[in-house]
Design a protein around this ligand. Structure first.
Ligand code: HEC
Length: 120
């Protein structure tokens, strides 16, 4: 059945293509610490990042519709963590939506740690 097998080839190529492109655009993984354990708050932060933030800020925080967040400037511009929490909860300017109805303060803290400790 030549027809069937060429269909399979095309289908396989498409599936592999999607898998590769998803892998490339996925947010960076949380790496284990010196003792080999993975910080669950950072893992939670990564999940929130993927659902709520990466579409605008880029999967690695490289920027896009939203501001670049992986260049080390965030902790310099906002030395106090509470300022970043408030900014994310309340939104900023024209483009940064308020997240107070979408994610809790705990989740906001987790996503900030992911940005500062994994993306930067
Ligand atoms: C709809 C697009 C969009 C989404 C979704 C979004 N942002 Fe933003 N974000 C922006 C834009 C645009 C700015 C710049 C706002 C300005 O400075 O006026 C911004 C700014 C920021 C800033 C301030 C950067 C600075 O240096 O002032 C932080 C921090 C931030 N976003 C974090 C997040 C986090 C965390 C999430 C997910 C919970 C998120 N953003 C989701 C568009 C977005």
């Amino acid at each position: 059945m030549p027809r069937n097998s060429s269909f399979l080839k095309v289908a396989t190529t498409i599936v592999i293509g999607i898998a590769i492109s998803c892998g490339v655009s996925a947010a960076p993984e949380v790496q284990p610490d010196a003792t080999g354990s993975i910080d669950s708050e950072l893992t939670k932060g990564r999940e929130i990042w993927g659902v709520h933030c990466s579409s605008c800020h880029g999967s690695s925080g490289q920027g896009g519709r939203g501001k670049k967040l992986n260049n080390g400037n965030l902790s310099i511009n906002y030395p106090d963590r509470i300022e970043i929490i408030n900014l994310i909860q309340n939104g900023k300017g024209q483009g940064m939506p308020a997240f107070s109805s979408k994610i809790t303060v705990e989740e906001t803290k987790a996503v900030i740690r992911y940005v500062l400790e994994v993306l930067n």
